[in-house]
Write a protein that binds this ligand. Structure first.
Ligand code: SF4
Ligand code: SF4
Length: 133
């Protein structure tokens, strides 16, 4: 008995002193969702499948979509990630998201800038009209 007590006293603890030292994040943790606007086609399957009504997709231009996540609603199920046909959504291992102000849990992913409009082609000169006698 005494030997076992001494062994446990000398053993490395199984716990860590979080938050005073970094947490060990296990692979596969479902943390904050990330959106890559360049991949999104605006199908809104993620919106339909989200059980928490936490996603808003808005078309803001030609093939340009903005995404808003309300993480105060999100339950981190990652259903949206599984549902997205274009892999525009992914999970990160970011989990330290607690806030007193819920408005800070609204994350807006802006669409990339619209491509510049190509210059209009230069006007071609009119072909000369043949004179009739
Ligand atoms: S499911 Fe994917 S591609 Fe479709 S709107 Fe959501 S993020 Fe965009
Ligand atoms: S992780 Fe789940 S709850 Fe959160 S936005 Fe995606 S589908 Fe909705």
């Amino acid at each position: 008995m005494l030997g076992e007590v001494l062994a446990h006293l000398c053993a490395k603890p199984n716990t860590i002193k979080y938050p005073f030292e970094p947490a060990v994040v296990e692979a596969g943790l479902r943390g904050k969702i990330k959106f890559v606007a360049e991949k999104c086609i605006g199908c809104k399957i993620c919106v339909k499948d989200c059980p928490a009504d936490a996603i808003t997709i808005t078309k803001i231009g030609d093939k340009r979509f903005e995404c808003v996540f309300d993480l105060d609603k999100c339950i981190y199920c990652a259903q949206c990630v599984d549902s997205c046909p274009k892999k525009a959504l992914s999970v990160t291992n970011e989990f330290e998201l607690a806030q007193l102000d819920k408005h800070k849990l609204r994350f807006v992913f802006h669409a990339p800038d619209a491509p510049p409009t190509p210059p209009a082609p230069a006007a071609q000169p009119e072909p000369p009209v043949a004179k009739t006698a």
